[in-house]
Design a protein around this ligand. Sequence first.
Ligand SMILES: [Zn+2]
Length: 342
Amino acid sequence: MVKLSLALFLAAFFIVGCPDEEKANSMDNPQESAIETKKSQDRPENQDYEKATFAAGCFWGIQAAFDKVPGVKSTLVGYTGGKTENPTYRQVCTDKTGHAEAVLIEYDANQITYEQLLDVFWQIHDPTTLNRQGPDVGTQYRSAILYHNEEQKKAAELSKQNLQKSGKFKKPVVTEIVPASTFYKAEDYHQQYFQKNPNASCHIPEFILKPERIVKTEEEWKKQLTKVQFEVTRKKATELPFSGKYDNFFKKGTYRCIGCGNELFPSETKFDSSCGWPSFYEATSDEKIEKKPDRSYGMVRTEVLCSRCGAHLGHLFNDAPQTPTGLRYCINSAALDFEEKK
Ligand SMILES: [Zn+2]
């Protein structure tokens, strides 16, 4: 899956600028942004994850691109590499702080390697334009790899040499490879900017920002899934009630799509409906699922599918007044993979 997703990054560049006025329009909040790396994580630090920091022009698109990479667990945009303490966006825009717009990534090294992250990094910007990405000009838009340890440094240097040798770029690769220093979290309105502003544009390939869609043949699905998982997700079968492993199961964690790992339901929205199938009153977000009218078996129902791989998950009913939404997502256990909260 990692390979498939990374392959999506190979394409032409759409050079559209990040409108500076738009970025500066919102209020800066120095108090809020003036936090060092360790305190700046929105969630507690997870010791199981590695860190990586990249600068590659306007950080909106860079964050959106890395957010889509399987194995990347969290991202944070901010300012780093300069001298000014606790900089604001307005200060960084003056090109006098020495800071670059950057993304701090936490990733699961069991799912993606640092080398694979480097591959993504090279593909989402032009590493040959000094202090410039598309129409954004200034040292704050420089291309830089900020390594967190010696292994990352060596991997970055080797990767840069290989890229230069590959002939993909005729001009020299000007990317800096420097040690990671204090990372100042950017103002909240810059975090996950593209999720909040779907019509915003940036210098990175446009399609990267669109939800990836996974398409596989029936044979490939059969190889990957058990018989029940295949029948349910690809043939819209329904498992027998009270038979699934997540019926009457209430551990804390995340329910993902068995086909593609798409995050579908948080355990907090699971409730006991006594219907024989896992029941949730809300999905992780509306983008994660698709709803379709289903008129099979002489009934009028709403089918629920995974938005990324199209797996059939179950049906949606409006018969749970005891829940905050009144809804019941009646989902087959066989369509789910549970990740327990550590
Ligand atoms: Zn899926």
